[in-house]
Ligand binder design. Structure first.
Ligand SMILES: [Ca+2]
Ligand SMILES: [Ca+2]
Ligand SMILES: [Ca+2]
Length: 97
């Protein structure tokens, strides 16, 4: 598996000398942009992402806090604030590592 930005690629080579006559394979490419809560875009949702989320949290109907790190989009439900509804979505993706 390899990673570049938010794109992951997994190669799956195989040998089929009987029906296909040699080496074949497939490459699976995944766009990881949709991982809710991955504020630091390293393809996981862990405590470092929570730190960024926490710095952005300002409560319902408030814009993200001034302490929100650049590039972190913690408004996971897209309603303009960072509140408990966003935290509920964050928890869904949280893996802890
Ligand atoms: Ca992350
Ligand atoms: Ca809200
Ligand atoms: Ca929100």
């Amino acid at each position: 598996m390899s990673l570049a930005g938010s794109t992951a690629a997994i190669a799956a080579p195989f040998r089929d000398a009987v029906t296909l006559g040699g080496d074949h394979g497939a490459v699976y490419i995944f766009d990881m942009d949709g991982l809710a809560g991955d504020g630091d875009t390293d393809c996981d949702v862990d405590l470092s992402d929570f730190e960024g989320f926490d710095l952005c949290s300002a409560g319902p109907d408030q814009p993200p806090a001034d302490t929100c790190p650049a590039g972190v989009d913690a408004d996971l439900d897209g309603d303009g604030d960072v509140d408990r509804a966003d935290f509920a979505l964050f928890q869904v993706g949280f893996t802890g590592e």
